[in-house]
Design a binder for this molecule. Structure first.
Ligand code: HSE
Length: 337
């Protein structure tokens, strides 16, 4: 007997569509392995929503150029209204990151908690602006709030620390947490291509943020450090507590000079001891574990019992990020009676 779990996707950009596609493609696998059937009952977008309590075909929605072509499209129906009004178990919040207000994700998440819906998100904005408030609201409403996809895309970080490494004190973290910057630095170095050219390639790959200055100015990496600091180190910090330098001043010539000296330049984020969390370009020896190329992310976690644990993987991309979102969905679905 399959357990039906009703889900809403809010935000149908690269990530929202990627999740819908993976839910469709992995349906039989998830049915068979976990006895769970995710039923998509609503998709919320800026200009309107699709709502169908009998279930929406996720692949059909993905194939549409515009969601308003769907027979169940309701022009003007706001995402927040469907979060409040539609009977669902889990909301996947995948609207773009806004680190000034956290909106619209912030209101979406609070509305979900208040109406007793669990939340899975990749959206760094609300987590950066108001992590403690969100966590408290989720707890008070006895709701699960999971966000593995917000740090490092497909790479297991938060759940690995919370699960497998739970007996450890985490002493420090350093890593490359932005695929766009890593891609740009790698391509500029290996091909000598100009910065603007490679940035537009990263946008075409669907790995850059909606506003790519978040990537290249180090803001995205800083948001991920805030999430790590608050959720792993139990800090209560926000973006202003991170020292941030991006990659916009790095030239192909600088990359080449470094390379000839045996180094690569990487945008590294770190939280060490009592130092202020920091994001800055670092010279990394070519043979150092952090010297991963292309869109890869990497994170090294220093612990008291396990020593150093290093994980690398795809830190961005629709399908890759959907791996973490689906993992959080399955974890929550397993706990729904
Ligand atoms: N723009 C981000 C990156 C996406 O390039 O890593 C994943 O957070």
């Amino acid at each position: 007997m399959l357990k039906k779990v009703r889900i809403l996707i809010v935000g149908f950009g690269v990530i929202g569509r990627g999740v819908a596609r993976s839910i469709s493609e992995k349906r039989e696998f998830i049915n068979g392995k976990y006895g769970i059937d995710f039923e998509l009952v609503g998709i919320g977008e800026r200009e309107g929503s699709i709502v169908c309590e009998k279930g929406i075909d996720p692949m059909e929605a993905c194939m549409l150029k515009s969601l308003n072509e769907h027979p169940h499209w309701k022009e003007g129906a706001k995402a927040i209204d469907i979060i409040k009004g539609v009977d669902a178990d889990i909301v996947i919040e995948a609207t773009p990151t806004n680190i000034d207000t956290g909106e619209p994700g912030m209101s979406h998440m609070m509305a979900a908690f208040e109406t007793k819906k669990h939340v899975v998100t990749s959206n760094k904005g609300p987590l950066t602006v108001a992590y403690t408030r969100l966590k408290k609201a989720a707890e008070e409403n006895d709701i699960k709030f999971m966000f593995e996809a917000s740090v490092g895309g497909a790479m297991p970080v938060l759940n690995m620390v919370r699960g497998t490494l739970q007996a450890n004190e985490i002493l420090g973290i350093e890593g490359i947490l932005n695929g766009t910057c890593n891609y740009i630095l790698t391509r500029m170095m290996t091909e000598g291509l100009p910065y603007e050219h490679v940035l537009s390639e990263a946008q075409e790959l669907g790995i850059a943020e909606s506003d790519p200055t978040y990537d290249v100015e180090g803001i995205d990496t800083a948001c991920k450090l805030v999430i790590l600091a608050n959720s792993i180190f139990d800090m209560d910090i926000s973006y202003k507590d991170v020292s941030v330098t991006g990659i916009t001043n790095i030239t192909s010539e600088a990359l080449k000079l470094a390379y000839d000296d045996g180094y690569v330049i990487k945008l590294v984020g770190e939280i060490q001891n009592n130092n202020k969390p920091a994001v800055a370009p670092h010279l990394v020896p070519k043979d150092h574990p952090l010297a991963v190329g292309g869109t890869l992310n990497i994170i090294s976690i220093r612990t008291d019992l396990a020593g150093e644990i290093t994980v690398t993987g795809k830190g961005a991309g629709a399908v890759e990020t959907s791996s973490s979102i689906l993992s959080d969905l399955i974890s929550i679905a397993n706990e729904i009676p």
